[in-house]
Design a protein. Structure first.
Length: 441
């Protein structure tokens, strides 16, 4: 594995952030529940920036895409802590089609658990739908940017934060398939490669590209006029995006790269990285930050994705952790059942990472690799066992650690975009732990 381009240095205390009161932070993606974006918004708010958001809109029963109602808009703006431009920016094309023609989701309606692997999709129709969806999205971006242009004064600095991800079509059959791929063990296990080899899987990958990756390109291109005006009048413009491409965590005293398997969206995340590289080569300061695993509303479908979080506790101690780091250990201990020690839980995680079963999946160049029965059994089984060690399944150590990662990544991304180091940067547990220890010293 080649050395990954990683953020390794914390900003010095005297280093001022580029962003200040009166500058504008634009969240390119609606804010829902748990997720990385809350950390970045916290930093923007703390800096006194004006916060502007968008909405993906809402679908009516007849599939019509509409803006938020007044009541929905008030609630969304209160959640964001800023103004929302109420133009629907729903990404993806799974529910798009020309009038009177079937959408890609319609094309999946005949799939069942017994026929989905052999069912073929009309790719000519899919491509027509994709074109409709892309044009709809680009037109909406243009409308959003026209409004946004009037909200940003000359010379202000602007931070565009891309947060769009996902793209699974709303097909009933996929829910059962996903449960078998991402949560299935033994007889219920299903290989992720079977999905990717099917027409259903190929459609999902195309939609992932449109939602998770290509929207970043549409954002950069659609805001070109604003960028040119801001830069011509003394301001600067930055673009960030959330990536995932595995994370280095502390295993047996060394930081080593590991990943969740199978991360189906990985192909789209690599496309996202390439979009940032292409923009960077044109002089646009766009950076994808590959962030550590956390628990979110969307990641919870991936049983075991949270396991690397436990290693952060050891990293906090190793990276000059003091009283605050000790406090995090104590807070985690308090969440476990009586008779269960945190040290034993961490030893379970250590054994998981060092197991012979997991070693083949440490192949960075082959990422994202398909899952296997043995790997799924170990990953899901370890996750289930550790959840049972807790007093409350709704108050997990990984919830606590997720909030710390969200806090830290928000800080590192926000300040890292003052003088961005490149188009793709990994935020490993080492820099996360160092930032947290410094912030809470």
């Amino acid at each position: 594995m080649n050395t990954l381009p990683s953020l390794n240095q914390l900003p010095s205390p005297e280093q001022a952030s580029l962003f200040r009161k009166g500058d504008v932070f634009v969240l390119f993606g609606e804010l829902f529940g748990r997720g990385y974006a809350t950390g970045l918004i916290h930093e923007a708010r703390s800096a006194g920036m004006e916060i502007v958001g968008i909405t993906v809109g809402r679908r009516e029963k007849d599939n019509t895409l509409r803006p938020l109602t007044e009541e929905e808009l008030v609630a969304a703006e209160a959640n964001l802590g800023g103004r929302i431009i109420n133009v629907p920016l729903m990404a993806g094309f799974d529910q798009d089609a020309a009038p009177g023609e079937p959408t890609p989701t319609d094309l999946l309606s005949g799939m069942t658990l017994t026929n989905w692997t052999e069912t073929k999709i009309d790719w000519t129709q899919v491509e027509k739908c994709r074109a409709v969806g892309v044009k709809r999205f680009q037109d909406a971006v243009a409308e959003v940017m026209a409004t946004l242009d009037g909200m940003i004064a000359d010379g202000r600095n602007v931070f565009f934060a891309h947060t769009m991800a996902g793209g699974i079509p709303k097909a009933k059959v996929f829910l059962a398939i996903a449960n078998r791929i991402y949560k299935g063990r033994g007889d219920r296990h299903m290989s992720s490669q079977v999905l990717l080899n099917s027409d259903l899987g190929k459609l999902i990958l195309k939609n992932f590209d449109e939602v998770s990756a290509n929207t970043f390109g549409h954002l950069i291109e659609g805001s070109a006029k604003i960028r040119a005006r801001i830069e011509a009048t003394g301001g600067q413009v930055r673009y960030s995006a959330y990536g995932y491409h595995g994370t280095e965590v502390l295993v047996n005293g060394q930081y080593v790269w590991q990943t969740y398997t199978n991360y189906t969206q990985g192909y789209a995340k690599m496309r996202l990285e390439q979009i940032a590289r292409d923009a960077w080569s044109q002089g646009v300061k766009a950076t994808v930050f590959n962030c550590p695993e956390i628990r979110t509303n969307s990641s919870d479908v991936f049983a075991g994705v949270e396991l690397p979080l436990f290693a952060l506790l050891n990293a906090l101690k190793q990276e000059n952790g003091g009283a605050w780091a000790d406090g995090q250990w104590q807070a985690c201990r308090a969440l476990l059942n009586d008779g269960v020690t945190l040290e034993a839980t961490l030893q379970t995680i250590e054994a998981f990472h060092q197991s012979e079963v997991m070693q083949p999946f440490r192949n960075f160049d082959a990422w994202p690799m398909p899952n296997t029965s043995a790997q799924a059994d170990l990953t899901i089984g370890t996750s289930d066992d550790i959840v049972r060690q807790h007093k409350d399944s709704k108050a997990l150590i990984t919830d606590l650690l997720s909030t710390l990662v969200v806090e830290s990544t928000g800080n590192l991304m926000f300040h890292g975009m003052t003088e961005p180091q490149g188009p793709v940067l990994w935020l490993h547990h080492k820099i996360i732990a160092r930032q947290l220890n410094q912030a809470h010293a």
